[in-house]
Design a protein around this ligand. Structure first.
Ligand SMILES: N[C@@H](CCC(=O)N[C@@H](CS)C(=O)NCC(=O)O)C(=O)O
Length: 252
């Protein structure tokens, strides 16, 4: 029951942020080396950056920086920066800091365009709504919890507005576990609806040559969250099972 309440609350958080971070570009380009985002799940500016990453269909390695954690201290030492979000693009050895700088960089570098007005126009009201979404989530994903370290980063398939994926990202952040975030945003109308009940009568078929299609070919459907932990050879669907797994495996 508590999990159901958690998911309903997470769905309201997605409403508050107007379901930004649901749709993804049909382009499938990924840079050779993963982008690295120093991120805090509950931070409103970090959320705006993750929304854009979903929209551009870009994958990223998340370095969670919860309050009180060692990653934040490392970031301050390595870059001299005191606040989030921070993006490091290994491909060109470039650092970008703050939501506006990072979003402009992502559009220029990976879409070859300026930031669209719809995103440039993110107003103070949108910022307040993103902050309200974090409050609604009781700031989950903001503060470090004692945890074991993972030798190798985990992989999470998700998209930013996914109500089922958010609690998993919050816990990964609190446990300070780095992970590859594979964005599987919705690219065509057939992608709409939950995995068990698509809003279409036709059999589900994702966009050809997309990450969704690769996932579909491997698993027979597309459903997020999906977590892969190479440290224990574990791969899991179902948000509740993933949360239980992470707590049992890593929380101290
Ligand atoms: N019972 C599953 C439900 C997961 C679910 O329905 N996820 C949605 C996204 S929030 C999904 O995968 N939709 C299908 C799609 O995006 O193609 C869980 O708790 O993880």
């Amino acid at each position: 029951m508590r999990h159901t309440v958690n998911i309903i609350n997470s769905t309201f958080a997605s409403f508050l942020t107007s379901w930004r971070g649901t749709g993804s570009s049909k382009k499938n380009f990924q840079p050779p080396e993963s982008l690295i985002l120093f991120d805090q799940e509950a931070d409103p500016e970090c959320r705006n950056v993750r929304e854009v990453l979903t929209e551009l269909n870009l994958d990223v390695t998340i370095m969670p920086c919860p309050i009180g954690g060692k990653n934040f201290r490392y970031l301050k030492k390595a870059s001299g920066l005191e606040s989030l979000p921070v993006l490091y693009d290994t491909n060109v050895d470039e650092w970008r800091h703050g939501m506006h700088e990072i979003i402009a960089y992502l559009y220029k570098q990976y879409k070859g365009s300026a930031v669209p007005k719809r995103i440039l126009g993110l107003t103070k009201v949108d910022a307040m709504r993103s902050q309200a979404a974090s409050w609604l989530r009781l700031n989950s994903g903001s503060t470090v919890r004692k945890a074991k370290q993972a030798q190798t980063p985990l992989t999470l398939y998700s998209f930013e507005s996914s109500p089922f994926s958010r609690p998993v990202r919050e816990l990964l952040c609190e446990l300070e576990l780095p992970y590859h975030l594979i964005n599987l945003g919705k690219q065509i109308s057939a992608d709409n609806g939950p995995a068990v009940f698509r809003f279409s009568l036709k059999p589900y078929s994702p966009l050809a040559n997309s990450k969704r299609e690769a996932f579909f070919n491997e698993h027979g459907n597309v459903q997020v969250p999906y977590l892969v932990d190479p440290n224990t050879d574990t791969a899991l669907f179902e948000s509740k099972a993933i949360l239980t797994y992470l707590k049992n495996q890593y929380a101290l």
